[in-house]
Design a protein around this ligand. Structure first.
Ligand code: NAD
Length: 331
């Protein structure tokens, strides 16, 4: 029996695959490589290049691998891009997502760990944000993930699909061989470290007049290996016959943009210039998780709660792989 990992050539997916492999789980990867890297997938692992909305391909994978569950990372995940290209986001994340769910059910697969996001909450009404916080996304990306959560709830009631929607806050950090590389990169941590490497002349800071102690937005940073570990625990929950759940994944601690930059200066010992830019519309001032449910329900304990340790892991990866993955973006 195998686990189908969609988006397994991407950042969080590839790290989760590494952890699954270390536990001797059988894994099959489906990724269209629109944003992922073939080099992030072990050469000897079953890999299908294609889209989750390709029902014939998913049926073939199911025939060839006896699937028992799915971890569904595959999605487009750039908030700004989703505002300018909503049709593409709804097509990729929702239309293809529905076709994919139907293909899984056809193949008898009824366990799904789903990558959701804190972007489904929208502007926070209270901090920290718990799972029962109202969900009112402020961009098409957040809506695309919320639609998928709602669709899976209906599929649970009607067809017995059991799912865990993991709502991640800000993923960051690296393992020894796997790190974050997007093209273009919109996430803070890789850009801060690209500036430390001298690959960027300065890091853009979008606004310094937020109602926070230093005026820059506060986010909850969570190490990618801690996210990966939570997926394995969520799968264990489903395999044990657990009910569908929605669970936040964060450290429960917030750091401002300026704190991240200053910590990165200390970790790397390099000067990091910053460039002040206008605030981005819809950027909340503070996003911090209440991640208690992950601890009590899944027994999850983040191994990297410390910001400096997270940055150090990413910096080590960049020192070992100064050019990153050598693969081309295909779209
Ligand atoms: N990075 C974060 O901080 C963060 C936060 C919250 C949620 N998420 C979610 O986690 C998941 C993984 O994020 P990531 O940062 O690893 O992104 P990523 O872009 O590195 O990985 C996504 C992978 O999915 C693939 N993909 C996209 N659409 C596909 C399709 N239709 N068919 C097949 N493959 C497809 C891409 O090629 C890529 O390899 C995404 O669903 C994202 O929305 C990420």
């Amino acid at each position: 029996m195998a686990i189908l990992v969609t988006g397994g050539a991407g950042y969080i997916g590839s790290v989760t695959v590494e952890l699954l492999r270390a536990r001797a789980e059988r894994v099959v990867i489906l990724d269209d490589l629109a944003r992922g890297h073939r080099a992030a997938v072990p050469a000897d692992m079953p890999f299908y290049q294609g889209r989750v909305g390709d029902s014939e391909l998913v049926a073939r994978i199911a025939r060839e691998h006896d699937l028992e569950s799915c971890i569904h990372f595959a999605a487009l995940a750039d908030v700004g891009e989703s505002v300018t290209e909503p049709a593409r986001y709804f097509d990729n994340n929702v239309r293809q997502g529905i076709v994919f769910l139907d293909s899984l059910l056809q193949a008898g697969v009824r366990r799904m760990v789903f990558s959701s996001t804190c972007a489904t909450y929208g502007e926070p009404q209270q901090i920290p944000i718990s799972e029962d916080h109202p969900q009112q996304p402020t961009n098409p990306y957040g809506w695309s993930k919320l639609f998928m959560e709602r669709i899976m709830e209906s599929y649970d009631r009607a067809y017995g699909l059991k799912f865990v929607a993991l709502r991640y806050f800000n993923a960051c950090g690296a393992t020894r061989e796997l790190g974050e590389q997007h093209e273009p990169e919109t996430h803070l941590m890789p850009n801060v470290l690209a500036a430390a490497q001298g690959r960027l002349s300065a890091v853009s800071v979008f606004g310094n007049d937020y109602p926070t102690p230093d005026g820059t937005p506060i986010r909850d940073y969570i190490h990618v290996a801690d996210l990966g570990a939570a997926h394995i625990l969520a799968l264990r929950h489903l395999r044990a016959g657990g009910e569908s759940e929605r669970i936040n994944l964060g450290n429960g601690q917030g750091y401002s943009v300026l704190e991240v930059i200053e910590t990165a200066r200390q970790v790397t010992g390099r000067p990091i210039e910053l460039k002040l830019e206008p605030p981005r519309p819809g950027d909340p001032s503070r996003l911090v998780a209440d991640a208690q449910k992950a601890r009590t329900l899944l027994g999850w304990r983040p191994a990297y709660p410390d910001l400096a340790a997270i940055i150090q892991s990413d910096w080590n990866w960049r020192l070992r792989h100064p050019e990153g993955y050598v693969s081309e973006r295909k779209d």
